[in-house]
Design a binder for this molecule. Structure first.
Ligand SMILES: O=C(O)C1=C[C@@H](OP(=O)(O)O)[C@@H](O)[C@H](O)C1
Ligand SMILES: C=C(OP(=O)(O)O)C(=O)O
Length: 454
């Protein structure tokens, strides 16, 4: 978290005049889209992603794959099935350069793929990407046979000197900083000569549902994966070398991006339906059904989707979020509005996300009158009456959506750089106005005015 010195646009967060009552269609999952792109690029034949997420993180992945010689064509189905991306794999080429932005999925999933290119691949990104942990991927790739020039930093920017193939084999890593280290190695594993065996040797491992998502998608693309949950050794995954199939994949809505809308129902005592909520999923956002129910609402999953209804009461919660860390900012915002204290545990690694999320949430919620303290592995949140003010967002999409939530029930909240939501949810401000019925349809325009900060 660095202080923001440049003036950034301020977005007056719309204040809810009444409980929300809306249906909100949420675009595709970032995590599924970027895994789908990588697996399709490594496949033996053409694949299609239907309803992919079109956001900064996924466009960066598509562009990086194009730089490596893969064809990613964008189209719109004539049969009402919406947008699709056709991925035509090709021999991976170097020299190439790729911008990873501040996308964890791109900066971690791309290096193993780059090691399969037939020349050097230079990876660079936003200043924050230099600070985000990448050593687990870099060190592992070296053990597996890759040559990487990272100036001994264990971080970006770096060049992966691809030679057209990688030996692969067994490797130990400490993935306590990010589950994406494990996912990255497994995703490209089928294309390594000996496949890959990844053994996690660190103290903890966050975001297990995301590792399950990796395994599930690998298997659906034809890979053979041995995982701990199938009776294998704890913290060891094995991927057998072999060809991957091009799939026709319909991307589920991003359930973590559904969070602010469901939370809006919870904190206003209203109701929000998210269509196409999957009955079974590996997405961590599915845990919102349990977490937000415990915090005071109720939900029904039926043919309309997931309908979440607030009760008018918001309860504090004591919860371990290590499996679902990316939900923390939204849960923290709701907790700041609750009728009792909350303790959010197991998320120390969020200090190395888009920003230091624990420091940023503490500072910004307290700036509106809240009482949040950092613990070693999370946050303690004592609800206090909040007041308006500027909420800084530190280039973090989930800070921005958390701020919008606080502004929904607190007059005068101004959110810095709402456009940062474009990392995973472009057009968030318009969707928020649509949920409130203030998107111009009924004559008001709460969500679109922008001011310059001092
Ligand atoms: O693999 C993925 O798609 C993700 C894994 C998680 O990363 P960490 O394990 O680094 O928290 C999550 O926070 C991120 O938003 C997406
Ligand atoms: C941590 C996140 O993203 P990334 O994929 O950049 O790690 C997130 O989306 O909350």
């Amino acid at each position: 978290m660095t202080e923001q010195t440049v003036s950034a646009p301020l977005w007056p967060a719309p204040f809810a005049q009444a409980p929300v009552d809306a249906t909100v269609a949420v675009p595709g999952s970032k995590s599924v889209t970027n895994r789908g792109l990588v697996l399709a690029a490594l496949a033996a034949d053409t694949g299609v992603l239907r309803r992919p997420l079109r956001s900064r993180d996924t466009l960066l992945m598509a562009d990086a794959l194009r730089a490596l010689g893969v064809h990613v064509e964008e189209g719109v189905g004539s049969d009402g099935t919406g947008e699709f991306w056709r991925v035509i794999p090709a021999a991976l080429r170097g020299p190439a350069t790729a911008d990873v932005g501040n996308a964890g999925t791109v900066m971690r999933f791309l290096p193993p793929l780059a090691a399969l290119a037939d020349g050097p691949v230079r990876l660079d990104g936003d200043p924050r990407s230099y600070e985000r942990p990448l050593h687990g991927v870099i060190d592992a790739l070296r053990v597996l046979g890759a040559r990487i020039d990272d100036g001994c930093r264990g971080a970006l920017p770096m060049t992966v000197h691809g030679t057209g193939s990688l030996a692969g084999g067994a490797v130990e890593i400490d993935a306590s900083a990010s589950s994406q280290f494990v996912s990255a190695l497994l995703l490209s594993g089928p294309r390594f000569n000996q496949g890959v065996e990844v053994r996690h040797v660190g103290a903890s491992l966050p975001s297990m549902p995301h590792i399950r998502m990796t395994i599930d998608m690998l298997r659906k693309a034809g890979a053979q994966v041995d995982a701990p949950e199938d009776g294998g050794e704890p913290d060891v995954w094995r991927v057998t070398p072999g060809a991957l199939l091009g799939r026709d994949l319909v991307v589920e809505p991003d359930l973590s991006n559904a969070q602010p809308f469901l939370a809006a129902a919870l904190i206003t005592g209203g109701r929000v339906t998210v269509p196409d909520w999957p009955e079974h999923t590996t997405q961590p956002g599915d845990a919102l059904r349990r977490i937000f129910t415990e915090m005071g609402g109720s939900c029904v999953l039926d043919e309309h989707g997931l309908t979440f209804t607030g009760s008018g009461r918001i309860h504090g919660i004591d919860v371990d979020l290590s499996d679902v860390g990316e939900l923390t900012p939204g849960i923290a915002a709701v907790a700041a509005l609750a009728d009792s204290e909350s303790v959010l545990r197991g998320v120390g690694h969020l200090r190395l996300h888009e920003t230091d999320r624990l420091a940023a949430l503490t500072k910004e919620i307290n700036g509106l009158g809240g009482q949040v303290t950092e613990t070693e592995d999370g946050l303690r949140i004592r609800p206090r009456p909040l007041h308006g003010g500027v909420f800084h967002t530190y280039d973090d999409h989930r800070l921005a959506t958390a701020a919008a939530l606080l502004g929904l029930v607190t007059e005068g909240v101004k959110v810095e750089d709402i456009a940062t939501t474009g990392k995973t949810l472009p057009g968030f401000d318009g969707m928020w106005a649509g949920m409130l019925g203030t998107d111009g349809v009924n004559g008001t325009s709460g969500g679109s005015r922008i001011e310059e900060s001092a």
